[in-house]
Ligand binder design. Sequence first.
Ligand code: ZN
Length: 280
Amino acid sequence: MSIEKPVFSKVAIHTYTNKPWNLQECIDRYSRAGVAAMSVWRNLIDPAEGGIGIDEAAKRVRDSGLAVPALVRGGFFSRPTVEERQEAIDLNRRYVDEAAALGAEMVVLVVGAVPGLELAEARKQVKDGIAAVADHAREAGVKLAIEPLHPMYAADKSCVNRMAEAREICEDLQHPAVGIAADVYHIWWDPDVESELRRAAEQNTLFGFHICDWRVNTRHLLTDRGLMGDGCIHVAKFRRLVHSLGFEGYHEIEIFNEEYWAMDQNEYLELILRREEACR
Ligand code: ZN
């Protein structure tokens, strides 16, 4: 399907993309560069990780006028014991409250996996965990976005690896607060990706859309994500596809990369925005 002039004015950056910056630096630099939105990672909030606490973070974010598509990240519902699974549910309810305080649309869920636990059982734990948080999310006006992760993370980070597994949870729960965050890094290789994106759009479960690139000869499983144009993903094609499907949310730039973190972050931000323009 061809779209004559795609409009991607809704571009957001995940704060972890500019990991060396604190929350205020992200706010100031993104605002100055004309970026309208940012998805906030919890390391900038949680005092245990050096963050400034949710009250101060929420005040600064709201004062900034920046939109916040997502708080990143919650999830990890699959755990070895009942007690730990309940702990995950309680934590995610807190993340929902934090998202509401920030004015974030959604909490992105990296759903979890336990090495050695059968994936089907892990997915059941995930579904039960999300079900236990969903009403709280709806009451708070926050969505829960299941993010399928590339199968290289199936053992320990996510038992949901394709759009289809995320869809099945959405279909089972039939809850208006539960949907999907589609990240091209994780799903570009899936032969069903286009039809699944279409189904998600039809089912009103396409909540989030993340862009970056897959470096051929990936050097690290976590921290070698490419900037758009560095790798082999047809990012522009995905952007046009979700646009044609009626997706009106932000195109969220989410990159973790040691080389880029070592750069001058102001120069890196300029590069990010040039690459974003080049993949429209
Ligand atoms: Zn993502």
